[in-house]
Ligand binder design. Structure first.
Ligand code: KIV
Length: 264
């Protein structure tokens, strides 16, 4: 079994093969997802919401993410493992270096940071210190209180132009992958077409280079709330392995996300 690496993901973008991704937080689900052929597993700080029951991701610590990264790494043979840097763990470049080192030691092969141009020095520094970086733009959940809620971003022209600009700057600074969350399909398509690195969408329509969902949303077991951009694959299949397999198939053939799961 050939391990997925940054080179694999870049090649997939170049060959227009759609990348499949899910969040994972423990070894058992990581193994199940890996066996079904998922390309990327993210230990998201969404764990604050789906595992710890918080209203947002802000209470998550580096130790929390490191703990779950260690567990996920144990279950994975093929998939590429990305760990989220939680709120305030990369407020300065020095903080980012120390905290990224902890996540890489726990088993991550890349770390993900939320934000735009204020991160350029940090991204360059992480790269120079051998830490691959994934960016995250659009609805960045760590900024939920700045946005005034979990709201779709980039709907007006100025905001859309700004997100595109930030994406280009992040790529120039050295990110090797980008997550776009909750932005209109057209903008996500434009950003994906303008970047040479893989762009993974969540609530960003079908025109990105790949898709990610929070695993609890994909199984339809998130407490109280099902985001519009997600789909309950357990309901349609009745079996966890089949649910994952169906998700992977629909993403690869381009039937998920449909317009019903996207924003304009
Ligand atoms: O924390 C998370 O799970 C994420 C995904 C929504 C991309 O950042």
């Amino acid at each position: 079994m050939k391990k997925v690496t940054t080179s694999t993901l870049l090649k997939m973008k170049q060959e227009k093969k759609i990348i499949t991704a899910l969040t994972a937080y423990d070894a058992s689900f990581a193994k199940l997802f890996d066996e079904q052929g998922i390309d990327v597993l993210l230990i998201g700080d969404s764990l604050g919401m789906v595992l710890q029951g918080a209203d947002d991701t802000l209470s998550v610590s580096v130790a929390d993410v490191a703990y779950h990264t260690r567990s996920v790494r144990t279950g994975v043979e093929r998939a590429f493992v990305v760990a989220d840097m939680p709120f305030m763990s990369y407020a300065t470049p020095e903080q980012a270096y120390m905290n990224a080192a902890e996540l890489m030691r726990a088993g991550a092969s890349m770390v993900k940071l939320e934000g735009g141009s204020w991160l350029l020095e940090t991204i360059k520094g992480l790269n120079e210190r051998s830490v691959p970086v994934c960016g995250h733009l659009g609805l960045t959940p760590q900024s939920v209180h700045v946005f005034g809620g979990f709201k779709v971003q980039g709907r007006d022209d100025l905001q859309a132009e700004n997100i595109l600009e930030q994406a280009k700057l992040l790529e120039q600074a050295g990110i090797q992958m980008l997550v776009l969350e909750c932005i209109p399909t057209e903008l996500a398509g434009k950003i994906s077409a303008n970047l040479s690195i893989p762009v993974i969408g969540i609530g960003a329509g079908p025109e990105t280079d790949g898709q990610i969902l929070v695993m609890h949303d994909m199984f339809g077991i998130s407490a109280n709330y099902m985001p519009k951009f997600s789909k309950n694959y357990l309901k349609t299949t009745g079996d966890m392995r089949q649910a994952v397999s169906q998700y992977i198939q629909e993403v690869q053939e381009g039937s998920f996300p449909s317009a019903e799961h996207s924003f304009n």
